[in-house]
Design a protein around this ligand. Structure first.
Ligand code: ADP
Ligand code: MG
Length: 255
């Protein structure tokens, strides 16, 4: 219910690639149970930031902390175990059914080893059944319950984006990172997804860090906004504060 959701602190994080600074001493804090948006023009460093948080990239300097844990040098499976789950800007689903994909999300919480599962030992079978039930609940919650046993390849684009969200939720995260969750969706799908994200936060109490270009959606669901431009944090505050900030207007209009 979110009572044990820790604060996520991004502290002067710099990421340099050969000849390019993708993130330049960027700092912001995601408060427990809040929806925090990370916005900025293309190439601003948003996905790089997600990759640092989830352990895909390593920061050149600076630190990332989740509650009392230092995440800075941890690989993805460790940041996941500490409660960070993410979706990707481009859909990354495996073949098979929705259920198959969600069970991958449950993997983190599976105790019986692969061999025990493969041999269908009773304890492993029981455990699988419990996980499948939880996966089904999450599928219902995210609006894809009717597709639970359908191959993901047959789903609409919007529903596949929902499978990504559901799979991330299957890890029972404390902080959910969503990279452009409504990109490519039509207006109806966008509105429905915005409701689902707001509901995830409300019902599960998790923190949500969201990268999104749809300013209407940001204005509707974000508590706080951090604006990046060329890897630097150029503004931060409530959606209303940020919208009126001259630096933000300049970054977006390129003036
Ligand atoms: P955003 O998600 O805000 O559009 P990115 O974080 O994807 O921006 O990219 C920020 C900058 O870092 C861009 O100039 C991009 O080309 C560069 N970049 C991202 N990932 C890599 C990488 N693995 N190697 C080299 N440059 C990268
Ligand atoms: Mg990106």
């Amino acid at each position: 219910d979110g009572t044990d959701v820790p604060r996520l602190v991004v502290d002067r994080v710099t990421v340099r690639f050969a000849g390019l600074t993708a993130l330049d001493a960027a700092s912001f804090t995601v408060e427990p149970g809040s929806v925090h948006a990370l916005i900025g023009p293309n190439g601003a460093g948003k996905s790089t930031c997600f990759n640092v948080l989830s352990g895909v990239y390593r920061a050149t300097s600076g630190s990332v902390r989740l509650g009392g844990h230092e995440l800075t040098a941890l690989p993805s499976h460790r940041t996941a175990a500490l409660g960070l789950a993410r979706t990707f800007q481009n859909i990354v689903l495996t073949r098979g059914t929705v259920a198959d994909n969600l069970m991958i999300g449950r993997h983190l919480h599976t105790r019986a080893g692969y061999l025990a599962s493969a041999l269908r030992l009773p304890a492993a079978v029981r455990e699988q059944r419990v996980h499948r039930e939880r996966a089904r609940e999450i599928a219902e919650f995210t609006g894809i319950g009717a597709h639970f046993d359908h191959p993901v390849g047959l789903l609409s684009y919007g529903d596949r984006k929902r499978v990504e969200l559901a799979r991330a939720l299957c890890a029972e995260p404390k902080v959910l990172l969503l990279d452009e969750p409504v990109a490519g969706m039509n207006a109806t799908e966008r509105l429905a997804m915005a409701r689902t994200i707001a509901e995830v936060r409300r019902a599960l109490g998790v923190s949500v860090l969201i990268v999104e270009h749809d300013m209407g959606l940001i204005m509707r669901i974000a508590d706080q906004v951090t604006v990046l431009d060329f890897g630097r944090r150029i503004a931060g505050g409530t959606p209303d504060e940020v919208r009126r900030d001259p630096a933000v207007v300049r970054a977006y209009l390129g003036a």
